[in-house]
Design a protein around this ligand. Structure first.
Ligand SMILES: Cc1cc2nc3c(=O)[nH]c(=O)nc-3n(C[C@H](O)[C@H](O)[C@H](O)COP(=O)(O)OP(=O)(O)OC[C@H]3O[C@@H](n4cnc5c(N)ncnc54)[C@H](O)[C@@H]3O)c2cc1C
Length: 92
């Protein structure tokens, strides 16, 4: 009898969630162990003290995330993320 393969990920933030998405293709089961409770809506939580700060998703990361989660960019914008054009930061 073949045993079920099971990946266990510590921490359910960005790295943990992305690891889960990738490992789900290779393991029968993927579990995430997270010490926080996730809020119902996007909101800061104690396990990520930096979550109160402004975060920017750079283009390469956006491309990779969009491949893993098709439609994510539109979902992020619908949830209140703002698009920032890189030209804004160019020093003339
Ligand atoms: C001020 C600031 C600004 C930043 N701005 C940007 C930005 O603009 N763009 C960008 O790409 N990055 C930015 N970063 C970096 C970004 O926040 C981190 O790279 C990213 O959060 C790291 O993700 P992570 O999943 O590895 O870890 P984290 O997001 O730190 O998550 C760790 C997770 O592990 C959980 N955990 C911890 N210990 C345990 C345990 N013992 N058992 C179970 N769960 C546990 C925590 O609750 C948390 O959910 C910024 C960081 C800071 C501090």
């Amino acid at each position: 009898m073949q045993r079920e393969s099971h990946a266990i990920i510590m921490g359910g933030s960005l790295a943990g969630m992305l690891a889960a998405r990738v490992l789900a293709k290779h393991f029968d089961r993927v579990s995430i162990v997270e010490r926080d409770f996730f809020p119902e809506k996007p909101a800061p939580r104690p396990g990520i003290p930096q979550s109160r700060h402004l975060h920017i998703l750079l283009t390469r990361g956006k491309i990779i995330l969009e491949q893993l989660f098709p439609g994510l960019e539109n979902e992020l914008i619908a949830q209140g993320c703002s698009e920032v054009r890189s030209e804004v930061y160019r020093v003339v």
